[in-house]
Ligand binder design. Structure first.
Ligand code: GUN
Ligand code: ZN
Length: 443
């Protein structure tokens, strides 16, 4: 099948195998389904081809490809992509100093103009249609990341990183950092939040409590609340980080409390990692409706620990998946599903309780609808259901590694094929709001 088959713009009707989580629970699996996308890029109809013979006859026939909701990467650092794969097993704070801060310091407009479009294409090639991303501390290169996202078509929440305690800012007089950063973040939010008809959103992005004062946390949380924007940060990733937070925030009863006292919790809050939470912290995350970006590959790469994903899900936490590049070497959300499964499965073997491990369809849900929920976008994306925007990917599961796949005939087998036999070029097309993204291979 050539890429010419894939429509570039809505409206269109696709015929394919359909796999999607459903908002009310369970999974949609149709071995021969159709999806009608209207001129505005919204999904108008989803159903079995047999139930709509006329639409099925005129539809663009993608079979045997599988159509799924686009993947959601709830946590990724755009300027860090060049460092992907470096520093395996390094302690977090040392890794940041050695690999991350020099790259982010050098992330000027020219670097962003060069890198961001390549990164968005690579994400689309991996099936990612929505991201929540950190830029660097510089407003002008954050702006460049937005411009590139506007042009590419990916759905993006982006923020300039805020740091006024430990920072790589070698330009701004220390006394001006807080005020400048808060002002320029507000300006970026004014300009981009809700941009491209809501496809672009702003996230106030204090890096973490190690690098921010209480004032920075409080002022950024208050702006996020004011604008209805996301407030994203890192939480409880690593032991030395946790000790530093305890030292910087002696009044806080635990790590989460440093954010709570700043007014950071609530449905706007998106916490990356959240590995080592106490019972109290888990209860407080639940109570406030805050969300978590689970980054299993990063957590293994930097040796941070294992987040108790099943426990969080059982407690009703909103959980999405994040690549956390360059914490992980992979931009693929599917890789998060696979290595996340292995991570949790190997742990469950030790405690002899395999019922606690999410299975393939649970990982598909986490990487799509779970991510949409974590970003507060589940009214708009995350599943193939009427009324949602048509953020879709087409997958060729015959391109798998190792090759020569046998039949996969139900939802669980299809999900397993996708997750455990991922091949880099298995995503053949990706759409946001029915507009095809550049990135997936054209042949
Ligand atoms: N904690 C604070 N900053 C970072 C970062 O850039 N990556 C990761 N993985 N953890 C962090
Ligand atoms: Zn991160």
């Amino acid at each position: 099948m050539s890429s010419a088959t894939f429509p570039k713009q809505p409206p269109f009707t696709l015929r394919a195998r359909l796999l999607s989580p459903l908002a009310d629970g369970g999974t949609l699996w149709l071995s021969d389904g159709i999806v009608e996308v209207d001129a505005a890029g919204h999904i108008r109809h989803v159903g079995a081809a047999a139930d709509a013979p006329r639409a099925a006859e005129t539809a663009i026939d993608l079979r045997p490809f599988v159509l799924m909701p686009g993947l959601v990467d709830t946590h990724v650092h755009i300027p860090q992509v060049p460092a992907a794969g470096l520093g395996a097993g390094t302690d977090l704070l040392a890794w940041l100093e050695r690999y991350v801060f020099p790259l982010e310091r050098a992330f000027d407009v020219a670097a962003a103009d060069d890198l961001a479009p390549k990164v968005y294409r690579a994400m689309a090639a991996a099936g990612t249609t929505t991201i929540s991303a950190y830029a660097a501390i510089w407003p002008d290169s954050t702006e460049a990341c937005f411009r590139a996202a506007e042009a590419h078509g990916i759905r993006a929440t982006i923020g300039a990183v805020l740091m006024d305690r430990v920072t790589y800012d070698d330009r701004t007089p220390p006394g001006d950092i807080l005020e400048n950063a808060i002002r320029s973040s507000g300006e970026l939010c004014e300009r981009w939040h809700g941009g491209a008809d809501g496809r672009l959103r702003y996230a106030f992005t204090p890096r973490f409590a190690v690098s921010c004062t209480a004032d920075m946390l409080r002022e950024s949380a208050s702006l996020a609340e004011h604008y209805g924007a996301t407030w994203q940060t890192h939480l409880s990733e690593d032991a030395r980080e946790m000790a530093a937070v305890a030292e910087h925030f002696p009044e806080a009863r635990d790590y989460l409390d440093a954010y709570d006292r700043a007014g950071g919790l609530g449905r706007k809050a998106l916490f990356a990692h959240a590995i080592h939470l106490s019972e109290r912290e888990i209860a407080r995350v639940v109570e406030t409706g805050s969300a978590i970006a689970h980054c299993p590959v990063s957590n293994m790469f930097i040796r941070s620990g294992v987040m108790p994903v099943r426990r969080y899900l059982d407690n009703g936490l909103r959980v999405g998946l994040g690549t956390d590049v360059a914490g992980a070497p992979e931009l693929s959300v599917i890789t998060q599903m696979r290595l996340g499964f292995f991570q949790h499965n190997s742990r469950a073997t030790r405690v002899d309780d395999d019922a606690t491990v999410p299975g393939p369809l649970d990982w598909i849900r986490l990487g799509t609808l779970g991510g949409a929920q974590a970003l507060g976008l589940d009214d708009v994306i995350g599943s193939i259901e009427p009324g949602k925007e048509a953020d879709l990917i087409a997958l060729d599961l015959d391109r798998c590694s190792p090759p020569n796949a046998g039949p996969a005939t139900d939802a669980d087998e299809v999900a397993s094929r996708l997750i455990f036999r991922e091949r880099a070029d298995m995503v053949r097309a990706a759409w946001v709001r029915g507009r095809r993204l550049e990135g997936p291979p054209t042949a």
